[in-house]
Design a protein around this ligand. Structure first.
Ligand code: FAD
Length: 457
């Protein structure tokens, strides 16, 4: 008998297993593949490994600006693929070791809930095992979705799963979907010389992000000769032997391959939800967001399958902590969904946290915004990364409720504003701390000072 049986070994599942060790709980982690999930094997980690290689290529290609003369670099795709794979394998191995060191039983197979406190595991050879559980955590994650006409065949029409393992560099790609995943691929591919056509149906890249940030990104993409089409819905494609014709708005473009990045769907078919009465909404599991409890006694859900919460690895980690805390102690360790940092790992990088201006307006807040561009920031000029900005949204005579950073290292810098948003700091309080000079983070300090009504530079 286990204290917890977890179905799914991605960030939600493996973090639940690791965290349960703090309470001395006996845990089984059921995973049909290797542990690590989308994030380690087909998501965050491999994608960022590719992006890092693209960044290095770009730095070398632009080295002359910094007084470094080298021969024009060549992007050795197979070598970058090899490095990406090595990074992934290293992390999967490390995670497997850590889980074992924390006495987690990793059980290989397909898990499904088979009744209250029961999980049935079917191994690859068809044999089944029954596990008894004090509590069950569902963490089966998500898979790429598509749109009508774009059937993923893994060859001419692919998802991110395939693109991360391309063994040669495509000459031209149409990326359908200008959300985070689509923009990250477009940024990297464009950087290393693939011709990219990026299509987004809504009127800005990364819908939901501050429009100023989207404009800076779009400008950077155009400079890189990426064809950006916003407010454009693509029609059904024509797949030929030599490529794919993507039709849009009476026009068309021919590419080697189409990468569909239009979002992800929950993986909750056939995991036994009905056997215990777990309520779901279009496949997503409905939970009490303070505890991650589902509608079925003793069954919790975390990660990408949860209805209405962002599909991010760090959200899955936080939800895992909330679920395990509740199972172990009965206490509530609710996730603060208002202070979740979001990062787009494009060049330039973008991070945001809390409310955008549009969300603050939709919520009827009495708010003001303050911005400070990177153009006058010494270190940004030194690094040649002046295309960026910091924007802070704060309530009038009240706390900071949201912030966006665009620029080099934005994905790191956003965390200081995460504390400001999470702790509901007043601009005056946050502005009382000083930033080292010369740093890119000084732009945050300048914005805070301006937000407190006493700008410096
Ligand atoms: P998953 O990671 O999907 O894991 C679910 C696991 O459950 C899988 O291993 C699967 O094999 C297993 N499973 C499913 N059904 C069963 C079953 N019946 N029995 C046994 N095992 C089962 N997020 C970020 O925070 N930052 C990023 O930079 C980022 N980049 C991304 C880039 C890409 C290209 C993609 C696709 C995603 C990215 N994400 C990123 C999202 C992130 O990967 C997910 O939010 C995260 O992996 C969700 O974790 P999860 O545990 O809920 O699900």
């Amino acid at each position: 008998m286990y204290d917890i049986v977890i179905i799914g070994g991605g960030p939600g599942g493996y973090a639940s297993a690791l965290y349960a060790h703090n309470y001395g709980l006996k845990v089984a982690l059921v995973e049909q593949d290797r542990v690590g999930g989308t994030c380690l094997i087909r998501g965050c980690i491999p994608a960022k490994a590719w992006i890092e290689s693209g960044g290095v290529f770009s730095t070398v290609a632009n080295a002359e600006t910094f007084g470094v003369i080298s021969s024009p670099p060549e992007f050795a795709w197979p070598k970058a693929l090899e490095r990406k794979t090595k990074v992934v394998e290293g992390l999967v191995k490390g995670l497997t070791g850590t889980l074992k060191a924390r006495d987690v039983d990793i059980i290989n197979g397909r898990g499904r809930v088979a009744g209250p406190g029961k999980v049935e595991v079917t191994a690859e050879d068809g044999t089944t095992t029954q596990l008894e559980a004090g509590a069950i955590i569902l963490a089966t994650g998500s898979a790429p979705s598509s749109i009508p006409g774009y059937d993923i065949d893994g060859d001419r029409i692919v998802s991110s799963d395939h693109a991360l393992d391309w063994d040669e560099q495509p000459g031209s790609v149409a990326v359908i979907g200008g959300g985070v995943i689509g923009c990250e691929f477009a940024s990297f591919l464009g950087e290393v010389g693939t011709k990219v056509h990026l299509f987004e149906m809504e009127d800005q890249l990364v819908p939901g992000m501050e429009p100023e940030a989207a404009k800076i990104l779009q400008r950077a993409f155009r400079k890189r000769k990426i064809d950006v089409h916003v407010g454009v819905a693509v029609g059904a494609p024509d797949v030929t032997d030599s490529g794919v014709v993507v039709n849009y708005g009476g026009d068309s473009v021919v590419v080697d391959v189409v990468l569909v990045a239009v979002g992800r769907r929950p993986v909750t078919d056939d995991i036994g939800l009905e056997s215990v009465g777990v309520a779901s909404d279009r496949g997503y599991i409905v939970v009490d967001s303070a505890t991650m409890k589902t509608s079925a006694d003793g069954v919790y859900a975390v990660g990408d399958i949860v209805a209405g919460t962002p599909q991010l690895a760090h959200v899955a980690f936080a939800e895992a902590i909330a679920a395990v805390t509740n199972i172990a102690t009965g206490e509530v360790a609710a996730v603060d969904y208002n202070a979740i940092p979001m990062v787009v790992y494009t060049h330039p990088e973008i991070g945001w946290v809390g409310r955008t201006e549009a969300v603050a307006a939709a919520e009827g807040l009495d708010f003001e915004t303050t911005e400070h561009g990177m153009r006058g920031v010494g270190r940004a000029i030194i690094q040649g990364t002046i295309d960026g900005t910091v924007k802070i949204v704060s309530e009038v005579d009240g706390p900071i409720v949201g912030a966006t950073v665009v620029g080099h290292g934005a994905g790191e810098m956003i965390h200081e504003l995460m504390y400001a948003v999470g702790w509901e700091a007043l601009p005056e309080e946050a502005a009382s701390f000083i930033h080292a000079h010369p740093t890119i983070s000084e732009a945050v300090g300048e914005t805070l000072l301006a937000s407190a009504g006493r700008p410096l530079h």
